[in-house]
Design a protein. Structure first.
Length: 254
């Protein structure tokens, strides 16, 4: 369809490229859907929950706009009841709902073989979560930054964008919890299942500095920088220096 629509009974949609980084699978909190993952039928673009088989039709990425789920196999966005543009509303638990901003209805997986948009109710069949197979090791931790303006804040991953910013510390939020990858080069977020990414860099050299560390891009030598990384403004990569906004530290939690 060459008419870019956000809400229509047809399958017209605004084309938007997926973000860089690894794809992921999507599961439902509905007990009936245990062991099943969100899957697209390439013949008709219908989305259902099916047994996991790791085909590209079960792999997803968010779009650059943050308003679509793009299927790796078809290259098309998720369609439910003819809608392909959504708001993804995250919860501290790591779950998220998929909401049509026009009707204020949510994607509903009560019937795994026939997903619909339905009145919002907050039950398990309107809650989804991301799974990823990046292996991790060691304890889970929060990440702080030594800049005075970032005191009391913790690094939080964005659900739909490959970025992270500092928000008020919330130890209950999986989006503020991190683990080290087995490779020792990535920080994996427990809410998104994806690695920390700053300006396209997701593999880092962890350079210690006492109790702190720099996050360095091995290719450019630049460091992750949190000078303005608050309330949704992302951590960026910048020329390495010794000022506190490039110094990070781990926060253990009970």
């Amino acid at each position: 369809c060459d008419i870019p629509l956000e809400h229509d009974s047809s399958k017209c949609y605004t084309k938007n490229p997926p973000v860089k980084g690894p794809s992921f699978m999507v599961k439902s909190r509905n007990d009936k859907n245990v062991g099943l993952v969100l899957t697209v039928n390439p013949k008709n673009d219908a989305a259902t929950f099916e047994a996991e088989n790791s085909t590209p039709f079960q792999k997803w990425k968010f779009s650059m706009s943050g308003k679509q789920l793009i299927n790796e196999g078809t290259g098309k966005p998720l369609f439910v009841s003819g809608v392909s543009t959504f708001d993804f509303e995250m919860e501290a638990s790591g779950d998220f709902s998929i909401v049509d901003k026009v009707s204020n209805k949510a994607v509903d997986a009560w019937n795994a073989k026939f997903m619909v948009l339905w009145h919002r109710h907050g039950f398990a069949w309107q809650k989804f979560y991301i799974v990823n197979d990046i292996p991790t090791t060691g304890p889970t931790f929060l990440i702080g930054n030594r800049m005075n303006k970032n005191a009391g804040l913790a690094l939080q991953a964005d659900l739909v964008k490959d970025s992270a910013s500092f928000f008020t510390e919330d130890q209950s939020s999986l989006f503020q919890r991190w683990k080290m990858s087995e490779s020792g080069t990535q920080l994996i977020n427990m809410g998104t299942g994806r690695p920390l990414t700053a300006w396209g860099t997701s593999s880092f050299e962890f350079a210690p500095n006492g109790d702190d560390f720099w996050l360095l891009d091995p290719a450019s030598g630049k460091a992750a920088d949190a000078y303005n990384a608050r309330d949704g403004h992302p951590v960026i990569m910048w020329t390495k220096h010794s000022l506190p906004w490039q110094k990070f530290y781990m926060i253990n939690f009970s």
